[in-house]
Each structure stands twice: as structure tokens, then as C-alpha cells.
Design a protein around this ligand. Structure first.
Ligand SMILES: [Cu+2]
Length: 387
């Protein structure tokens, strides 16, 4: 191919911390705007703006716990909110996630199994959550470190557990150079404001009450959303119904694909071109290939097990199946309704979530897999040990 490649996003953003650096960055980045429209939106979000304030949406350093409304900064320039959606259709090329601090200290990162247990519901009807968007290296196996864009430095992001009708007060502060945002699939809010991108050092705050129970995805929605999800900015928000479901051992599985660049130093960055080609190197539950083979999930004979399964994609579904078992019940929509019984396999679409229950009548070691085995083979497999 003789067509000219645009410069790497990582080349443009590396080492730019001061406002004057950012001006340099913006001037350099003009060459990218046509080739990478999402980056153009991101860049404009870095610049001072004459757009009127939206004090309800953006507050600098507002910490909900204090109850105090602090200094209101000029609104992040986001004049066309469509740029923060998946509506952009022009091609975005040559970007990787090796930006800012995403590769720093990679050699000293330690593998940590992602705990799949559903955290208990917090007391009270209001949950205040203040997260930071950060770029950090995450060791996803003994020999692989991933340059991740994250919520709270975690890949995938932390599990949120709430309940229908409870209140979630959420603040995102962006510590990373590239603008980021938050899109909760469990929320009904005006995305133009709530899900808007915020530049480095800025915050966005919004509140919602989940209307439906279920396993919901959350993700960064900053354009190009494919890149931000694929670089690690996704996770699960679990919404329990008001009336408790049957007692169970509850686990959360977020399936996602990893599209890796060649190793640079000790780090693999997320590769945008591979995302466009939809050719993943790994398909994983909770961010790490085969982690629950190495350290299985343990339950007891007689337990009801409930898997809250989210497919974060960004591209593929999760054809969830447990070898040697059958699902007693799965909920296609909000539990406890929309259930079907006696199911072997069901596909969770990218951007979707479903709830799978099985009764562990017999002891054994039961692999839970993506039964699309090209993807199961790439890491979307674990073991449920029934003792
Ligand atoms: Cu992002």
C-alpha cells in the first residue's frame, strides 16, 4: 500500500504535560484531524474554549462526599456531542494505547487475579463513586504486560453493585492526557452532558437511578469509542432487583478482546488497526487469559451459582456455556422476569449482559467457556470447581 500513514498518536502525546506543551500538541495534531476525526475531537477537548459553561455537568475537583460545589471551570469544548458517540464513520488509523504513563514501570508490575466475586450491596440507597481515568501498564499474564487506559487503574474497571431505584452519584476525574468519559448502560441520562469527555484535570459528575435489573456494561465513550473500549476502559455495573433473587454464589465475568501491538520494551499496546480488522490476539474473562484455569472459582455441592456475564467486546459476543452442566435459568432481560429454563449455551452480544444460573448438584471440575471456540481458545475459558 502506497498511501501515507498518519503519525502515531503516541508520538504526538508523549511527554506533553504543560499547557504550552499542549499548544504544541494541538498544532502538531492538526495533521491528524482529517485522518483521525476522533482524535480531532479529543484534541479540541484539550483546548481552552469559548463555549459557555455547563456548571451542572463539569466541576473541577468536585468530590461528591463533601457535598460542596467548588470552582466551576470552563466547560470542556465538546461542541458536537456526536463526536463522543459511536457515530463517527471515518477511518481512524495508526493509534496505539502506548500513551502518557501507560507503559511506565511495566517491568515492576505484578500479575493479580481479577476477583470475580460480586461485591455486596452497599448500605443505604445512595452510592457515591469518584473514579479516575488513568493510563497504566497491567500485567495480564506472567509474560505479557498491557498498556491500558483504565478506570481506577484496573483492567477491566471495578465492579459496581447497585439496586433498582437506588441512586448512583458518579464523578469521573481524568488524570490522563487524552480525554475520557463514562457511559453507563444502566443509566438513563442525557448522554450529551453525562457522558461527555473531560480533558486532563477536569471532572464530570452525574447522577442516575437504575430502572432495570441486570448485568450492564460501562465504558469510556470518547471517540473513537472502539479504541477506548479496546484499550481497557470498560467494566460491569450489576443492578440487583428490589426483591432479592434466590440465594446464590454470585460471580461477574466481563469478556473482552485484546488486540496487541508488537512488544515494545516489555509492553504490548492496544492496536487500533487490529481492532478495525476485528482480529483479536486474546479473548479474556476479566482481562486475563485463562486466569480461572490457573486459579479456578470454587463452590460447594448444592450451591446455586449465578454468573453475571457482560460482553464488553468491543466486537464479539460471548457464547456462554458450562461444560458438563446446564443452566437452570437464564435471564435474557431484567431478573426475575424474562427467564428461560434448561439452557445449554446463550450468546451475550457486545455491549450486552445476561444472567446465568446453574445448580451444582454434583462435584467436579466444570469448564466455563466461550463456546465459539476460536475465542475460547484465545483465553475465554475458566474452571468452576464444585466440591
Ligand atoms: Cu477513554
Amino acid at each position: 500500500m502506497a498511501d501515507q500513514q498518519p503519525p502515531l498518536l503516541s508520538d504526538l502525546v508523549s511527554g506533553l504535560d504543560s499547557p504550552s506543551d499542549r499548544r504544541t500538541f494541538l498544532s502538531r495534531a492538526g495533521i491528524l484531524t482529517l485522518a483521525i476525526p476522533g482524535v480531532g475531537a479529543a484534541l479540541s477537548a484539550c483546548s481552552p474554549s469559548s463555549v459557555p459553561n455547563d456548571s451542572a455537568a463539569v466541576r473541577a475537583g468536585t468530590v461528591p462526599d463533601t457535598g460542596a460545589t467548588q470552582e466551576v471551570r470552563p466547560r470542556t469544548h465538546n461542541s458536537d456531542s456526536r463526536l463522543d458517540s459511536s457515530l463517527l464513520k471515518r477511518e481512524h488509523r495508526a493509534a496505539t494505547s502506548a500513551t502518557g504513563t501507560a507503559t511506565q514501570g511495566a517491568s515492576s508490575t505484578v500479575f493479580q487475579r481479577y476477583a470475580p466475586e460480586l461485591p455486596p450491596l452497599p448500605a443505604g440507597g445512595t452510592q457515591k463513586i469518584h473514579w479516575h481515568a488513568t493510563e497504566v501498564p497491567v500485567r495480564i499474564s506472567d509474560d505479557t504486560v498491557f498498556a491500558a487506559w483504565t478506570f481506577e487503574g484496573q483492567f477491566p474497571g471495578p465492579i459496581i453493585h447497585t439496586r433498582v431505584g437506588d441512586t448512583v452519584e458518579f464523578t469521573l476525574t481524568n488524570d490522563a492526557l487524552i480525554p475520557h468519559s463514562m457511559d453507563f448502560h444502566a443509566a438513563q441520562v442525557d448522554p450529551k452532558h453525562a457522558f461527555m469527555s473531560v480533558a486532563k484535570g477536569q471532572s464530570v459528575t452525574f447522577t442516575f437511578k437504575p430502572k432495570w435489573a441486570g448485568a450492564f456494561m460501562y465504558h469510556c465513550g470518547t471517540a473513537p469509542v472502539l479504541m477506548h473500549i479496546g484499550a481497557g476502559m470498560h467494566g460491569a455495573i450489576i443492578v440487583s432487583p428490589r426483591e432479592p433473587l434466590p440465594q446464590a454464589k454470585e460471580f461477574v465475568l466481563v469478556q473482552s478482546e485484546l488486540y496487541l501491538s508488537e512488544e515494545a520494551g516489555e509492553v504490548h499496546a492496544a492496536n487500533y488497526q487490529k481492532m478495525l480488522n476485528t482480529t483479536p490476539d486474546l479473548v479474556v474473562f476479566n482481562g486475563r487469559p485463562n486466569q480461572y484455569i490457573k486459579e479456578p472459582i470454587h463452590v460447594k455441592v448444592g450451591d446455586r451459582v449465578r454468573f453475571w456475564v457482560v460482553s464488553a467486546g468491543p466486537q464479539y459476543d460471548c457464547n456462554f456455556h458450562v461444560v458438563g452442566e446446564q443452566f437452570d435459568t437464564i435471564y435474557l432481560g431484567a431478573p426475575p422476569n424474562s427467564s428461560i429454563r434448561g439452557v445449554q449455551t446463550f450468546a451475550v452480544p457486545p455491549g450486552g449482559g445476561m444472567v446465568f444460573e446453574l445448580i451444582c448438584d454434583i462435584p467436579g471440575e466444570f469448564p466455563f467457556v466461550n463456546h465459539g471456540f476460536g475465542h475460547g481458545q484465545k483465553g475465554a475459558i475458566g474452571i468452576l470447581v464444585v466440591e
